[in-house]
Design a binder for this molecule. Sequence first.
Ligand SMILES: [Zn+2]
Length: 370
Amino acid sequence: MPPKRKSDGAAASTTKKGKKASPVPDEDLSLSRHPRWAKVSASGNSDAAYRELLRDPEYAYAWLTACKQLLENGTLEGEDDEDDEDEEGKNDPHCDGGATCPCMDPVAEHPEAKYCISRAGMQRFNMVREMFQYRDPDTFGMYTFNDASAYGLLEVMENQILDFEEAHKNWKAQWAVCEAVAMYIGADEFPALGHVDDPDTREKFLGLLGKMFLTMLDKLASMDLLNTDSEVKDLAVVMTMFVQNSQKLGQYGLYFPEDFPINVLAYALKHDIVLSELLEVDKFVKDHSEEAAGVSLPALDSNRNDPWKFADALKQYRSSKRPNKMGGDAYDITTWTSAKRKANAFDKRNDPCPKHMIDALKKGMFIGLG
Ligand SMILES: [Zn+2]
């Protein structure tokens, strides 16, 4: 494990005065296909497009406005419009995914906007959604095996953790992972993870996800970026989503470590970050501030590496993954052989991914899924 703190620390010190720190040039972000993906893989194509986006840091890490509804419901399509007419939504502008609302406009155009997200974070969220669809047998009208979508979702999320780890020299890329994960754990399909039939795997995985975010917060704090003047404009938004969405999952048998939201709140209190008016977080803040204020967070020290033991947890999780390795695209149905797809198709005869689709994937194109 290379030392994480050093490279980011150096970047922070050279840009201390300026608000706009440039990300560390990252040689890992290459156009070449990541070895994690199969030769023909819709996931691989989505990933390549995302890496392409990151090659223009100024564009990728620009801040875009986001409506409250978008952040709370995780949809740009307006699918949930009708459900949003509740009493507390009345004062918020109607969100239609940017058609008439300010969603995805540069923040400079909407100084009044309360919420924002980075373009990279939003694109990653969309990529995560796509990647789940590629693994969901329903997408292709197939029946594969019980809980296929649960394991598919786990695989997609594992890839997020691997991406976070691989981007250790580029905190902006890491933050984008956190933004997307914060939103996605609140998405409609996420509770499918509860069908992973091994509670130990579920628990270890969510513990790892929690450590990832706490590691991120520690890193931002060490770079003097965890404060109200931070260039990271959606700190409060992302912290709020982690606090609330992680707790909501308990009803589906998905438990983050009990102290996870308390620790996030502890970081917020220590660094004067007021959690956002999202997801009714107020009650949690009121009920747990005293406890959170008493948490002793790892003290900042530039020599320390990995105060939340993320690397250890990742190593442990990796070694516990059997029979499949962590992440990758084994559950992505587009990576399967035609014979395997046919065998799992409803009619057992026709490949749910026709030849023209596979040919398009080979050319690096996307497939439109309804
Ligand atoms: Zn909107």
